[in-house]
Design a protein around this ligand. Structure first.
Ligand code: ZN
Length: 226
Protein backbone atom coordinates (compact mmCIF):
# COMPACT_ATOMS: atom_id res chain seq x y z
CA UNK A 1 0.00 0.00 0.00
CA UNK A 2 1.18 3.46 -0.65
CA UNK A 3 3.88 2.01 -2.83
CA UNK A 4 2.23 2.07 -6.22
CA UNK A 5 1.74 5.24 -8.18
CA UNK A 6 3.40 7.28 -5.46
CA UNK A 7 5.46 9.25 -7.98
CA UNK A 8 2.36 10.73 -9.50
CA UNK A 9 0.44 11.22 -6.29
CA UNK A 10 3.53 12.65 -4.60
CA UNK A 11 3.82 15.35 -7.22
CA UNK A 12 0.12 15.99 -7.04
CA UNK A 13 0.23 16.34 -3.29
CA UNK A 14 3.08 18.83 -3.57
CA UNK A 15 1.26 20.98 -6.06
CA UNK A 16 -2.10 20.89 -4.35
CA UNK A 17 -0.56 21.55 -0.97
CA UNK A 18 1.36 24.51 -2.38
CA UNK A 19 -1.72 26.05 -3.94
CA UNK A 20 -3.68 25.52 -0.74
CA UNK A 21 -0.94 27.18 1.24
CA UNK A 22 -0.59 30.08 -1.19
CA UNK A 23 -4.30 30.58 -0.85
CA UNK A 24 -3.90 30.66 2.93
CA UNK A 25 -1.95 33.00 5.15
CA UNK A 26 1.36 31.11 5.23
CA UNK A 27 4.79 32.74 4.83
CA UNK A 28 6.73 32.20 1.60
CA UNK A 29 9.51 30.36 3.47
CA UNK A 30 7.09 27.93 5.09
CA UNK A 31 5.36 27.29 1.78
CA UNK A 32 8.59 26.50 -0.05
CA UNK A 33 9.84 24.16 2.67
CA UNK A 34 6.57 22.26 2.89
CA UNK A 35 6.22 21.97 -0.87
CA UNK A 36 9.79 20.82 -1.47
CA UNK A 37 9.94 18.20 1.27
CA UNK A 38 7.62 15.53 -0.19
CA UNK A 39 9.27 15.90 -3.58
CA UNK A 40 12.73 15.40 -2.11
CA UNK A 41 11.63 12.22 -0.36
CA UNK A 42 9.87 10.83 -3.41
CA UNK A 43 12.29 11.49 -6.26
CA UNK A 44 13.63 7.93 -6.27
CA UNK A 45 10.14 6.53 -6.54
CA UNK A 46 10.11 7.59 -10.18
CA UNK A 47 10.29 4.50 -12.42
CA UNK A 48 13.78 3.69 -13.63
CA UNK A 49 15.48 5.72 -10.91
CA UNK A 50 17.41 3.45 -8.56
CA UNK A 51 17.36 4.25 -4.90
CA UNK A 52 20.66 5.31 -3.40
CA UNK A 53 22.42 2.57 -1.42
CA UNK A 54 24.92 2.76 1.38
CA UNK A 55 27.23 -0.26 1.83
CA UNK A 56 26.39 -2.09 5.05
CA UNK A 57 23.11 -0.24 5.53
CA UNK A 58 20.22 -2.17 7.07
CA UNK A 59 16.48 -1.76 6.60
CA UNK A 60 15.75 -2.62 10.23
CA UNK A 61 17.52 -0.53 12.84
CA UNK A 62 18.06 -3.42 15.29
CA UNK A 63 19.67 -5.67 12.67
CA UNK A 64 23.36 -6.21 12.15
CA UNK A 65 24.57 -6.47 8.55
CA UNK A 66 26.36 -9.53 7.13
CA UNK A 67 26.23 -9.69 3.34
CA UNK A 68 24.98 -12.83 1.64
CA UNK A 69 26.74 -14.05 -1.49
CA UNK A 70 25.48 -12.25 -4.57
CA UNK A 71 24.71 -15.64 -6.10
CA UNK A 72 21.86 -16.07 -3.61
CA UNK A 73 19.79 -13.01 -4.48
CA UNK A 74 18.91 -10.75 -7.39
CA UNK A 75 19.33 -6.99 -7.50
CA UNK A 76 15.98 -5.20 -7.70
CA UNK A 77 14.34 -1.93 -6.77
CA UNK A 78 11.46 -2.98 -4.58
CA UNK A 79 8.80 -1.94 -3.80
CA UNK A 80 8.79 -0.02 -7.12
CA UNK A 81 9.54 -2.86 -9.54
CA UNK A 82 7.84 -5.51 -7.38
CA UNK A 83 5.32 -4.73 -4.66
CA UNK A 84 5.96 -6.40 -1.29
CA UNK A 85 2.90 -7.97 0.33
CA UNK A 86 4.15 -11.10 2.09
CA UNK A 87 6.49 -12.05 4.91
CA UNK A 88 7.68 -15.65 4.71
CA UNK A 89 8.69 -17.43 7.92
CA UNK A 90 11.42 -20.08 7.75
CA UNK A 91 13.29 -22.35 10.12
CA UNK A 92 16.94 -23.00 9.28
CA UNK A 93 17.23 -26.71 10.23
CA UNK A 94 20.56 -25.85 11.79
CA UNK A 95 22.40 -23.31 13.87
CA UNK A 96 22.41 -19.57 13.32
CA UNK A 97 26.06 -19.59 12.25
CA UNK A 98 25.56 -22.46 9.80
CA UNK A 99 22.70 -20.53 8.18
CA UNK A 100 24.82 -17.37 7.86
CA UNK A 101 27.67 -19.44 6.38
CA UNK A 102 25.32 -21.13 3.91
CA UNK A 103 23.91 -17.79 2.74
CA UNK A 104 27.45 -16.49 2.21
CA UNK A 105 28.27 -19.54 0.10
CA UNK A 106 27.70 -18.84 -3.63
CA UNK A 107 26.99 -22.52 -4.16
CA UNK A 108 24.04 -22.55 -1.75
CA UNK A 109 21.70 -20.91 -4.27
CA UNK A 110 19.38 -19.67 -1.53
CA UNK A 111 19.29 -17.08 1.22
CA UNK A 112 16.78 -15.05 3.20
CA UNK A 113 16.79 -11.34 3.98
CA UNK A 114 17.05 -11.90 7.73
CA UNK A 115 18.22 -14.55 10.18
CA UNK A 116 16.96 -14.46 13.79
CA UNK A 117 19.05 -16.16 16.49
CA UNK A 118 17.67 -17.94 19.59
CA UNK A 119 18.75 -15.04 21.79
CA UNK A 120 16.81 -12.59 19.61
CA UNK A 121 19.77 -11.22 17.67
CA UNK A 122 18.78 -10.22 14.12
CA UNK A 123 21.17 -10.31 11.15
CA UNK A 124 20.23 -8.80 7.81
CA UNK A 125 21.98 -10.39 4.83
CA UNK A 126 20.06 -9.04 1.81
CA UNK A 127 18.44 -5.62 1.40
CA UNK A 128 14.65 -5.53 1.20
CA UNK A 129 15.11 -3.72 -2.12
CA UNK A 130 16.45 -6.96 -3.53
CA UNK A 131 14.89 -10.32 -4.33
CA UNK A 132 16.21 -13.06 -2.03
CA UNK A 133 16.03 -16.68 -3.17
CA UNK A 134 14.26 -18.11 -0.14
CA UNK A 135 10.76 -19.25 -1.05
CA UNK A 136 11.48 -21.64 -3.93
CA UNK A 137 8.91 -19.76 -6.02
CA UNK A 138 9.94 -16.88 -8.26
CA UNK A 139 6.89 -14.66 -7.83
CA UNK A 140 6.81 -15.25 -4.06
CA UNK A 141 10.49 -14.35 -3.87
CA UNK A 142 9.72 -11.14 -5.74
CA UNK A 143 6.80 -10.16 -3.51
CA UNK A 144 8.11 -11.14 -0.09
CA UNK A 145 10.64 -10.60 2.65
CA UNK A 146 12.09 -13.84 4.05
CA UNK A 147 12.98 -14.38 7.70
CA UNK A 148 14.94 -17.43 8.86
CA UNK A 149 14.85 -18.65 12.46
CA UNK A 150 17.61 -20.66 14.08
CA UNK A 151 16.50 -24.16 15.02
CA UNK A 152 14.79 -27.29 13.81
CA UNK A 153 11.22 -27.83 12.67
CA UNK A 154 10.91 -30.90 14.90
CA UNK A 155 12.30 -29.07 17.97
CA UNK A 156 9.78 -26.36 18.93
CA UNK A 157 11.79 -25.73 22.09
CA UNK A 158 14.29 -24.00 19.78
CA UNK A 159 11.75 -21.22 19.23
CA UNK A 160 12.51 -19.17 22.32
CA UNK A 161 10.54 -16.25 23.73
CA UNK A 162 13.45 -13.98 22.76
CA UNK A 163 13.28 -15.26 19.20
CA UNK A 164 9.51 -14.90 18.90
CA UNK A 165 9.67 -11.37 20.29
CA UNK A 166 12.56 -10.19 18.12
CA UNK A 167 11.10 -11.76 14.99
CA UNK A 168 7.66 -10.27 15.70
CA UNK A 169 9.14 -6.78 16.06
CA UNK A 170 10.98 -7.26 12.77
CA UNK A 171 7.86 -8.49 10.97
CA UNK A 172 5.81 -5.61 12.42
CA UNK A 173 8.38 -3.14 11.07
CA UNK A 174 8.28 -4.79 7.61
CA UNK A 175 4.47 -4.77 7.58
CA UNK A 176 4.49 -1.12 8.58
CA UNK A 177 6.98 -0.18 5.87
CA UNK A 178 4.98 -1.69 3.02
CA UNK A 179 1.43 -1.52 4.37
CA UNK A 180 1.18 -5.32 4.69
CA UNK A 181 -1.84 -6.45 6.76
CA UNK A 182 -0.89 -8.33 9.92
CA UNK A 183 -2.72 -11.59 9.30
CA UNK A 184 -2.09 -15.20 8.27
CA UNK A 185 -2.84 -14.44 4.64
CA UNK A 186 0.15 -12.10 4.44
CA UNK A 187 2.47 -13.56 7.08
CA UNK A 188 2.97 -17.12 5.93
CA UNK A 189 5.18 -20.13 6.43
CA UNK A 190 7.50 -21.44 3.73
CA UNK A 191 5.26 -24.51 3.67
CA UNK A 192 2.39 -22.30 2.46
CA UNK A 193 4.23 -20.97 -0.58
CA UNK A 194 2.65 -22.53 -3.68
CA UNK A 195 4.80 -25.35 -4.98
CA UNK A 196 7.08 -25.32 -1.93
CA UNK A 197 8.66 -28.65 -1.05
CA UNK A 198 9.70 -27.39 2.40
CA UNK A 199 7.77 -27.98 5.60
CA UNK A 200 9.14 -25.10 7.68
CA UNK A 201 8.38 -23.56 10.07
CA UNK A 202 6.52 -26.75 11.00
CA UNK A 203 3.78 -27.62 13.47
CA UNK A 204 5.87 -26.45 16.39
CA UNK A 205 5.73 -22.83 15.29
CA UNK A 206 3.11 -21.09 17.44
CA UNK A 207 1.27 -18.92 14.91
CA UNK A 208 -1.30 -17.60 17.39
CA UNK A 209 1.42 -16.46 19.74
CA UNK A 210 3.48 -15.01 16.89
CA UNK A 211 0.62 -13.04 15.30
CA UNK A 212 -0.35 -11.68 18.70
CA UNK A 213 3.23 -10.46 19.21
CA UNK A 214 3.38 -8.95 15.72
CA UNK A 215 0.10 -7.12 16.33
CA UNK A 216 1.31 -5.86 19.67
CA UNK A 217 4.58 -4.62 18.13
CA UNK A 218 2.72 -3.03 15.23
CA UNK A 219 0.59 -0.95 17.58
CA UNK A 220 3.35 -0.17 20.11
CA UNK A 221 4.31 3.47 20.58
CA UNK A 222 7.05 4.66 18.20
CA UNK A 223 9.55 4.83 21.07
CA UNK A 224 9.37 1.06 21.50
CA UNK A 225 9.84 0.31 17.83
CA UNK A 226 13.10 -0.08 16.02
ZN1 ZN B 1 12.26 -22.31 4.35
Amino acid sequence: MGTKGTAGSGTGTGISRRSVLIGGAVTAVGTAALARDPLKRAWWRLPGVEKPRTPGAVDYARAEWAAASEANWRRADRPDDYGIDRVVIHVTQGSFSSAVRAFQDPGHRAAAHYVVRKDGHVTQMIRELDVAFHAGNRSYNERSVGIEHEGFVERPQDFTAAMYGASARLTAAICGRYGIPVDREHIIGHVEVPGADHTDPGRGWDWDRYLKLVRRAATAPASEKA
